[in-house]
Design a protein around this ligand. Structure first.
Ligand SMILES: *[C@@H]1O[C@H](CO)[C@@H](O)[C@H](O)[C@H]1NC(C)=O
Ligand SMILES: *[C@@H]1O[C@H](CO)[C@@H](O)[C@H](O)[C@H]1NC(C)=O
Ligand SMILES: *[C@@H]1O[C@H](CO)[C@@H](O)[C@H](O)[C@H]1NC(C)=O
Ligand SMILES: *[C@@H]1O[C@H](CO)[C@@H](O)[C@H](O)[C@H]1NC(C)=O
Ligand SMILES: *[C@@H]1O[C@H](CO)[C@@H](O)[C@H](O)[C@H]1NC(C)=O
Ligand SMILES: *[C@@H]1O[C@H](CO)[C@@H](O)[C@H](O)[C@H]1NC(C)=O
Ligand SMILES: *[C@@H]1O[C@H](CO)[C@@H](O)[C@H](O)[C@H]1NC(C)=O
Ligand SMILES: *[C@@H]1O[C@H](CO)[C@@H](O)[C@H](O)[C@H]1NC(C)=O
Ligand SMILES: *[C@@H]1O[C@H](CO)[C@@H](O)[C@H](O)[C@H]1NC(C)=O
Ligand SMILES: *[C@@H]1O[C@H](CO)[C@@H](O)[C@H](O)[C@H]1NC(C)=O
Ligand SMILES: *[C@@H]1O[C@H](CO)[C@@H](O)[C@H](O)[C@H]1NC(C)=O
Ligand SMILES: *[C@@H]1O[C@H](CO)[C@@H](O)[C@H](O)[C@H]1NC(C)=O
Length: 672
């Protein structure tokens, strides 16, 4: 059981996300600035230019389609598609039921699934990754909304209106929470029908909805929409919020207001959106996988971390409203309707009546403070045993990465690469608290090695140093522990780039065979010479021979003042290679373990054939049929990182804190 201490974590994270954190604090106190300050922005508010109908893509994270959740999502999505032929829907999910739902609309339909955004290992999508994907949309307008929220036609009329604004904009719209909605959608998804299948008028629907309560406290129920224009949404870097956890929408609005790039407003009064709130039945509780224990603790934690302990609400935003069939903007705080101008008094009276209806009666906001206060302390239940049992593949095999904080970007690039290769049976062993916290925030299956030395997060913890020796000795102990729990294991340093999944090959050698990368740099000759075993990439089968041999290695390493790498060779192949067998094997007689050195054309080390010096490493390695390429035989963390980034064998966007996605890749780099 790894116990997680909020306070320690907070401190660490403040450092990790320092930039974002400062922005939050600043924007908090900058929100009194509520109007677009640049005068040009104000002028542009009612300067309508474009007259074409906008193309719209609605992005939504969906839960698996089953039970009442499935039905609610289906109804909501049908209501969106019925609004206009110009609306497309992108579903964020990796679940097979979502693919079949999208498939049911037929080939070339307006519904598609996007499984390549970042998810935690428990399947929760990351909000920052969803936003990035939505920003890459080629439609005029991107919308992010909850998958159970139903829309009425005034949604599309509002978008058609704001599409004509001559300034980039961003709006939110709150939804209503109704306990019952006695109408059903017709086959086309265009009309709502009442009892005797008679069409129900829009006015009647709206009247019915006006009894529903605004939902202000559930951040994910707020619709966000923006035009895909020139200006960024905001100046900040979105923290890796889990979708539906914490106040990500508030965060974005705060940032957008303080960045002052776009015209930010609240369109709740011109958009009829609602969700039906009734009790979930038992069958669907399983499907609500975002709500499982580990995740909800994490989510609560995100909320507290990335938001100031104060309250904020949307009542300060400029509001879009409709009066006498015309749209207007107004600020209820300043009692101003835009554009500023003289109205004929009759018109003015009417407008004031409309405007007065916007003024909040009673409490319209939601105190984030109250919600944050009620959070329980976090205790993450990710023990090694639990992680292994949920992550191992059907061969009971685990891929293990061991990393310290100074290798965090390398770790992420490695993880992103494994995601691309659909390899999901990996776990991460954190060598220090910083990398543990970082990995938790990035949604990785991570455990903390309790025996690891505490201070290893140094830039100079590289090959040959004291630090390096201590770190590498941790690895074999963890490996031994995992083998003893009955799991086969592929140990891969995070500086090993994977071209394709080597497990199908490595698992064919069977028990009592230990497979390791050779560090031999000469092109020809034996590859099993003394000290040529690289302990940064090896496969160990969980059996008596291997466990007994690894026990000897760990013991040897504990007595040696060198790193553990020589202990592997000296123990398994004998000092001076006395246990060598042919040119690429050893046999350890006491444990009857066979050691095979992997073919260097398939598993090249960093020196072999100077592969890293080629101007197209990737294509050469692909032609050779490489499974992996080790970024070793280079000194210094920085140089190593540069070499990997510059050769294009890099999969992580450091500044955005998310995997490089297919939609972000430059077309010049080839991936396969
Ligand atoms: C309104 O838009 C038109 C066309 O883009 C532009 O020529 C005009 O200058 C704009 N007016 C203002 C006040 O910005
Ligand atoms: C909707 O309202 C009901 C009753 O007021 C409340 O119990 C429920 O939590 C609300 N739903 C959401 C998603 O906030
Ligand atoms: C729902 O679950 C509860 C507890 O898990 C159980 O007691 C109850 O019988 C279930 N109800 C139905 C209708 O399955
Ligand atoms: C919402 O903001 C307004 C204006 O800042 C404030 O008066 C009100 O108390 C806030 N509501 C809540 C619930 O925090
Ligand atoms: C990973 O899975 C996706 C979806 O199932 C598939 O399109 C893709 O080709 C797979 N990639 C690899 C490398 O197997
Ligand atoms: C931890 O680091 C400090 C400062 O670099 C060093 O003096 C100390 O010996 C280290 N502790 C261990 C257990 O190695
Ligand atoms: C599981 O092991 C078998 C051989 O024992 C191998 O053919 C198969 O590819 C392995 N599966 C994976 C996912 O590695
Ligand atoms: C492995 O060792 C255990 C106990 O040490 C023993 O019970 C078991 O039979 C051994 N298995 C094999 C395949 O030798
Ligand atoms: C390592 O140990 C050997 C003896 O086992 C000793 O000769 C050598 O000086 C030690 N090296 C260091 C750096 O302590
Ligand atoms: C290994 O070789 C060195 C020199 O070649 C020799 O001095 C040493 O005794 C040898 N050790 C063993 C255990 O064979
Ligand atoms: C050692 O392993 C080989 C197969 O790897 C097996 O044929 C042999 O019987 C084993 N010898 C002993 C003593 O267990
Ligand atoms: C590397 O080679 C591949 C395939 O030949 C090619 O598509 C790609 O553009 C090359 N990349 C660079 C950086 O030259």
């Amino acid at each position: 059981m790894v116990n997680f201490h909020l306070q320690t974590l907070k401190l660490g994270l403040i450092l990790v996300w320092l930039c974002g954190f400062i922005l939050i604090s600043i924007s908090f106190y900058a929100t009194t600035q509520i109007l677009p300050s640049s005068s040009s922005m104000k002028e542009h508010i009612n300067n309508l230019t474009s007259s074409t109908r906008p193309t719209v893509t609605i992005f939504t994270a969906v839960r698996p389609f089953s039970g009442s959740i499935g039905r609610k999502q289906t109804l909501a999505i049908r209501s969106w598609l019925g609004l206009s032929q110009d609306i497309r829907v992108v579903l964020f999910s990796k679940d097979p039921s979502v693919f079949s739902f999208a498939g049911s609309f037929g080939y070339g339909s307006r519904v598609s699934v996007e499984p390549t955004i970042d998810f935690t290992f428990l399947g929760t999508p990351f909000f920052h990754s969803m936003v990035a994907r939505a920003q890459a949309s080629n439609s005029d307008i991107s919308v992010l909304m909850d998958s159970e929220t139903i829309l009425l036609p005034d949604f599309f009329s509002t978008l058609s209106y704001v599409h004509k604004l001559d300034h980039d904009w961003l709006f939110i719209a709150s939804s209503r929470n109704v306990s019952d909605f006695p109408f059903h959608l017709d086959v086309d998804g265009k009309h709502w029908l009442g009892d005797n299948n008679k069409m129900v008028k829009m006015e009647k629907l709206q009247e019915f909805l006006s009894n529903g309560k605004w939902e202000h406290c559930d951040d994910k129920k707020t619709i966000i929409a923006w035009n895909n224009g020139e200006l960024p949404l905001h100046n900040g870097v979105l923290p890796p919020f889990l979708y539906g956890k914490g106040f990500h929408t508030l965060w974005m609005i705060n940032e957008a207001l303080s960045s002052n790039f776009r015209f930010v407003f609240d369109a709740s009064w011109t958009i009829s959106s609602f969700f039906i709130n009734n009790i979930y039945n038992n069958a669907t509780i399983e499907a609500r996988n975002w709500e499982n224990v580990g995740n909800s603790h994490l989510g609560a934690f995100y909320g507290s971390l990335f938001f100031h302990e104060d309250h904020y609400n949307y009542s300060n935003l400029i509001k879009l409203f409709k009066c006498d069939k015309h749209y207007h903007f107004g600020s209820t705080i300043d009692d101003i309707v835009y554009p500023l101008g003289v109205f004929r008094s009759s018109k003015h009276t009417k407008l004031s009546t409309c405007f007065d209806k916007l003024k909040p009666k009673g409490n319209t906001g939601c105190s984030t403070k109250n919600q944050l206060m009620s959070l329980e302390p976090i205790s993450l239940p990710f023990s090694l045993e639990l992680l292994l049992s949920t992550r191992a593949d059907q061969n009971k095999t685990i891929v293990l990465a061991v990393a310290g904080y100074s290798y965090k970007d390398m770790l992420m690039s490695w993880v992103c690469r494994l995601h691309l290769l659909n390899v999901s049976n990996f776990v991460v062993c954190a060598l220090d608290d910083e990398i543990y916290d970082f990995s938790i925030l990035q949604g990785l299956p991570v455990f903390r090695d309790k025996l690891a030395p505490n201070n290893i997060s140094y830039d100079d913890c590289h090959f040959g140093t004291n630090c390096f020796q201590r770190v590498t000795k941790v690895k074999s102990r963890v490996v031994l522990e995992i083998l003893k729990l009955g799991y086969n294991l592929l140990m891969s340093d995070v500086d090993v780039y994977w071209f394709k999944n080597p497990l199908p090959l490595l698992t064919t050698f069977g028990p009592a065979v230990f497979l390791a990368q050779s560090d031999e740099y000469k092109i020809t000759g034996p590859i099993n010479l003394p000290r040529r075993l690289n302990s940064g990439f090896y496969y160990a089968h969980s059996d008596n021979s291997t466990i007994a041999a690894l026990e000897k290695v760990v013991k040897h390493a504990s007595l040696s003042n060198l790193s553990e790498q020589p202990s592997f060779y000296d123990t398994l192949c004998g000092v001076n290679g006395s246990n060598r067998l042919g040119d690429d094997m050893c046999h350890e007689p006491e444990t009857n373990l066979t050691i095979r050195f992997l073919d260097r054309n398939l598993f090249p080390n960093g020196a072999y054939q100077d592969l890293w010096d080629l101007n197209n490493v990737s294509s050469t390695c692909m032609k050779k049929g490489c499974f992996v390429l080790h970024n070793n035989w280079i000194s210094g963390r920085q140089k190593k990182l540069e070499r990997q980034v510059s050769s294009g064998l890099w999969e992580y966007d450091i500044s955005m804190r998310m995997c490089l996605q297919t939609w972000q890749r430059s077309k010049s780099i080839s991936y396969f």
